[in-house]
Design a protein around this ligand. Structure first.
Ligand code: NAD
Length: 368
């Protein structure tokens, strides 16, 4: 084979092993058609690592992940580990991987497939196909915070008492590096970029707006606009098809990406990518959790993970053909009427066949 990519695979917990093995099967099949070799190495994280080593993210996992070309993650967590201390819970593994790999941009595409429009809570979603680019390592979740005692009083005489604070702080470097990712992504898509901020109130948002406007001169082909976050949350529902790429801060992105995810109908359809500086392995994973309620029952929808693998091919390796082959095979499979249980729903004509994870994976491979 002409090219070879080393992928670290972290199956994790619950449905994680089922969906990652499905995605790797599809990835290997699609890549081999283009003379590309996929070598995989399985790593432990989450509850799986706690059971083996007593901690959610062993050093070995971080080292091996760093040593790979990209990381594919299933999901972590489950009731078995829910009572553990916060620091030792499986979900800590995700934060540890993001910081260990220096991943600062989270990309979440939202696509509503024609055949699945009835699964969307929106009546007429239209042709929805946009990506939210969320800053991942800065802002209020990582800014200075604390609680202090204030001796002051409020204007009505009430004692202020304790004061709790969190700080939204961003440097120019942090903003510029994510803006660059967003503009570059827009260039590869429909060339439209929307900055979501709260520049009418927040000083940090005004810096985002200034820097984004400056950078827009370097990308004259990209149609650039700005929306306040409160307005954006409405526009996502009222005109989702008009968006192409949305870039925003950590907290706004956290909230808006969950809102946007609902538009697609099932979380089983939504992939994601977390990326860092050029040359660092990115982390590709479905947005959903480990779905312990259906784990090990061949019921999980593997599409979000398969589509995450397609994102990996496009973003990390520039393998556009492999990525679009995988995406087209998923579309074909949906169009053929095959459905896992999460995407069968009342309202659609009964023109579908309920199948399991293994069967739908086989169908995707057949449709490559
Ligand atoms: P969840 O996403 O695991 O499940 C929510 C619902 O969606 C469940 O009914 C589940 O069966 C269904 N579902 C999810 N993915 C599906 C798929 N691919 N196919 C079909 N149905 C699917 O969220 P939850 O139940 O709140 O969390 C379960 C565990 O996952 C918890 O321990 C949570 O902390 C963890 N979690 C992990 C991640 C991650 O690894 N990135 C993200 C979210 C939650």
């Amino acid at each position: 084979m002409a090219k070879k990519y080393n992928i670290a695979v972290i199956p994790g917990d619950g449905i994680g092993p089922e969906i990652t093995s499905s995605a790797i099967e599809v990835l290997v099949a699609a890549s081999s058609k283009k003379d590309v070799e996929i070598a995989t190495r399985e790593l432990k994280a989450g509850g799986d690592a706690i059971d083996s080593f007593g901690i959610p993210l062993p050093q070995e996992t971080i080292f091996s992940a760093k040593d790979s070309d990209a990381v594919l993650l299933g999901a972590v967590g489950g009731p078995k580990w829910d009572e553990m201390e916060p620091e030792l819970r499986p979900e800590r593994a995700i934060l540890g991987l993001r910081s260990g790999l220096g991943l600062y941009a989270n990309l979440r595409p939202v696509v509503v497939y024609d055949e699945l429009k009835d699964a969307s809570p929106l009546k007429n979603p239209g042709q929805v196909d946009f990506v939210i680019v969320r800053e991942l390592t800065g802002g209020i979740y990582f800014g200075k915070n604390g609680v202090y005692q204030s001796g002051d009083r409020l204007p009505d005489g009430t004692v202020k008492g304790k004061v709790a604070f969190d700080t939204e702080s961003y440097s120019e470097g942090e903003i510029n590096r994510i803006l660059k990712i967003a503009f570059e992504l827009a260039m590869k898509r429909r060339k439209k970029l929307t900055l979501v901020d709260k520049a009418n109130v927040l000083v940090s948002s005004r810096m985002w707006r200034t820097l984004a406007s400056q950078m827009s001169f370097d990308y004259p082909e990209v149609e650039f606009d700005c929306l306040y976050v409160d307005n954006a949350s409405m526009q996502l529902i009222s005109r989702p098809s008009s968006f192409d790429v949305i870039v925003t801060s950590n907290m706004f992105g956290d909230i808006l990406s969950d809102e946007a995810g609902q538009i697609a109908g099932s979380i089983g359809m939504l992939p994601s990518a977390s990326i860092g500086a050029p040359g660092t392995p990115g982390l590709f994973e479905p947005i959903h959790g480990s779905a312990p309620d259906i784990a090990g029952q061949n019921k999980a929808n593997p599409f979000a993970t398969i589509l995450s693998a397609a994102m990996m091919m496009r973003i990390m390796f520039g393998e556009e053909e492999i990525a679009s082959d995988i995406e087209n095979a998923v579309k074909k499979t949906i169009a053929s009427g095959l459905r896992t249980s999460d995407i069968t729903f009342i309202g659609e004509s009964n023109n579908f066949t309920l199948v399991g994870t293994k069967e739908i994976t086989k169908a995707v491979i057949g449709n490559l």
